[in-house]
Design a protein around this ligand. Structure first.
Ligand SMILES: [Fe+2]
Length: 142
């Protein structure tokens, strides 16, 4: 169970950190909308990390979400340093969400025959994260 939930916690915590970085450094078109949406995405990622982590702990196992562990094990790609145009920020954060979604969907598949209640948590996360991805991606549409 933890082998599927722990990578989800790690990638969501990484998304929290890089999402804030993106929130602070985005510039250009649709600034206010993108800046505020990034904060919403960070809040959701933190809530979902908490949900997955507390499921692991509730079942009696520890979870390692120390910053060094997150940095060493996250699958999300790096974010560019410093101020960025909003199109660049959006593209990069979508790539981060996509990496996290791979872990979430892997957990949905893997937990199917392991623990349906844990699977329910990652299904909820998948639904929300996919929606947040849509809200971000829609800024790029012509
Ligand atoms: Fe802020």
């Amino acid at each position: 169970m933890a082998q599927f939930l722990a990578p989800v916690v790690i990638d969501l915590e990484a998304l929290v950190v890089n999402g804030k970085q993106a929130h602070w450094h985005v510039r250009g078109r649709n600034f206010v909308g993108v800046h505020e949406l990034l904060d919403t995405i960070v809040e959701h990622a933190q809530e979902w990390a908490d949900l997955a982590a507390e499921r692991i702990v509730a079942l009696g196992l520890p979870v390692d979400s120390r910053i060094s562990t997150v940095a060493a094990n996250t699958t999300i790609p790096p974010l560019s340093e410093g101020f960025q145009n909003s199109d660049v920020t959006i593209t990069e954060v979508i790539a981060e969400i996509d990496a996290a979604l791979l872990q979430v969907r892997r957990a949905v598949e893997g937990l199917d025959e392991v623990d349906l209640n844990s699977q329910d948590i990652v299904i909820e996360i998948e639904r929300g994260l996919t929606k947040d991805r849509w809200f971000l991606q829609a800024h790029l549409a012509a």
